[in-house]
Ligand binder design. Structure first.
Ligand SMILES: NC(=O)c1ccc[n+]([C@@H]2O[C@H](COP(=O)([O-])OP(=O)(O)OC[C@H]3O[C@@H](n4cnc5c(N)ncnc54)[C@H](OP(=O)(O)O)[C@@H]3O)[C@@H](O)[C@H]2O)c1
Length: 424
């Protein structure tokens, strides 16, 4: 039988991984697909670099040459940024190809457009590799959505941040020192901004939101914070109190509104993602029937990411592959697990001047420690810490994950502002 002809856009870490995986797993793929998969062409930016590929493979900087490959069925995309990836994949779909991408920046922005186009053309878009690399989270959510509703997604989506936070805690080292060793080990890019400032996790969260809820919040409404301001002293105090700092990406849809954030938070040993360390990623999905489902694994890297793309290929080309289920934008009234009419309280650690600061509504101090000029307070208060921050501009606030609960019998005090000064 004729081989399945494929092309690769990009031949960096991921592109080379896909090329290698297709070769090393040729027999397994042939057994599943019934035919061999052959890379016929590779698009690169710099045509002068030497590429280690078979002689028959076309290496080009001209995308039209890729599209003109006779009988091309599949295009893998592993280049960087929104463009030209989006235009190339749109054109590949128009040409009748299935497309498989690892490009989260492009897919977060244009995924819906590509999926709609593919559906209209009876083609397929694989995007497992865009989110949490080697973990099968896209397929897991797609599978769950066949019957379940999804209430929330909570995840560790950036391996670099998780590695840095883990090592700061375990070795007692400051942020910049651990970042340097992450760069030496190849876990962090020379320009790590996207990882450590939370953008990478944000894009992935938006992809998961679109899949889980059929839409995303307005991007500017999502609180996004990286890990650059987490200090070794904070980590040490939190460790003594039984908490780890984790960079969490969270989204929950409550009726017609989203509650979402990407930021460092505190987790204790009861929290399901507490044990997810180093470069590992993990995603916990709360569903209507299956309850909480957690997927954990390598979030990036040459072969784990290639694995996701090659697995996508088997879904693209198999007759019983998992097809996209159009997700309705509405959620049933009883679907929400929290009642927004009652007051919710959560736990936070606030760090401020040890000379005292203004407290806000319904603050209850559970624990405190003074470290030099700073005081660390574990408090229980209403969900919004906005008032605290409004009155104490320099306050650092960490939310404790998984501690949100209804304040029984306190609803009538919802608007009460105590305005007391916490003096120590
Ligand atoms: N690395 C990971 O672990 C990982 C995991 C999941 C997802 N991803 C995503 O996968 C994509 C690729 O990542 P990577 O780490 O493989 O990047 P990379 O090592 O920097 O490689 C990028 C490749 O794309 C090519 N390229 C860049 N701009 C191009 C353009 N305008 N036209 C044609 N080719 C172009 C480059 O060509 P030259 O070789 O000529 O420079 C290079 O081969 C990114 O979107 C990334 O976010 C990466």
């Amino acid at each position: 039988m004729a081989p399945i002809k494929a092309a690769l856009l990009g031949f960096g870490t991921v592109g080379q991984g896909v090329y290698e995986a297709l070769k090393t797993h040729r027999e397994q793929l042939q057994a599943v697909l019934g035919e061999e998969v052959v890379i016929e062409g590779i698009l690169v930016k710099d045509g002068s670099k030497k590429r280690e590929v078979d002689d028959h493979v076309l290496i080009t900087t001209d995308f039209d040459e890729i599209l003109n490959i006779d009988g091309l069925e599949v295009v893998f995309e592993a280049i960087v940024g929104e463009e030209p990836g989006f235009t190339y994949l749109s054109r590949a779909l128009d040409k009748g190809c299935h497309v498989i991408t690892a490009n989260k920046v492009m897919f977060a922005r244009h995924g819906r457009t590509l999926l709609d186009k593919a559906e209209a053309l009876d083609r397929y878009v694989g995007y497992e590799a865009t989110t949490a690399g080697g973990t099968p989270i896209i397929r897991s959510i797609s599978q769950l959505l066949q019957v379940n509703e999804i209430y929330s997604v909570e995840a560790i989506l950036n391996g670099t941040s998780n590695f840095i936070l883990t090592n700061m805690r375990e070795k007692g080292l400051p942020f910049h020192e651990v970042l340097k060793s992450a760069q030496k080990l190849g876990y962090a890019e020379a320009d790590p901004a996207s990882d450590i400032e939370g953008y990478d996790a944000f894009y992935k969260l938006m992809i998961l939101s679109e899949l889980s809820f059929g839409e995303t919040p307005k991007w500017e409404d999502v609180e996004r914070k990286g890990i650059t301001e987490v200090t070794a002293e904070q980590i040490s105090v939190f460790k003594d109190w039984g908490y780890k700092v984790k960079h969490l990406a969270r989204i929950r849809r409550d009726r017609d509104q989203f509650i979402s954030s990407v930021k460092p938070m505190l987790v204790d040993a009861d929290y399901p993602l507490y044990g997810v360390e180093d470069v590992q990623n993990a995603i916990m999905v709360e569903t209507s029937l299956a309850g909480k489902v957690t997927v954990q694994g390598a979030g990036a890297g040459k072969l784990p990411t290639a694995s996701a793309m090659v697995e996508d290929l088997t879904y693209v080309l198999q007759p019983h592959s998992l097809r996209r289920k159009k997700n309705s934008a509405s959620i049933s009234e009883e679907g929400s697990t929290e009642d927004t009419n009652s007051t919710l309280v959560g736990e936070y650690v606030v760090i401020g001047s040890s000379e005292g600061f203004h407290g806000a509504d319904e603050v209850e101090i559970l624990k405190q420690e003074v470290k030099g000029d700073l005081v660390y307070l574990l408090i229980e208060c209403q969900v919004s810490t906005a008032l605290l921050l409004e009155e104490n501009r320099d306050l650092v606030v960490y939310e404790v994950a998984g501690k949100l609960k209804k304040a029984e019998g306190r609803a009538e005090q919802k608007d009460l502002l105590l305005k007391k000064v916490i003096n120590l």
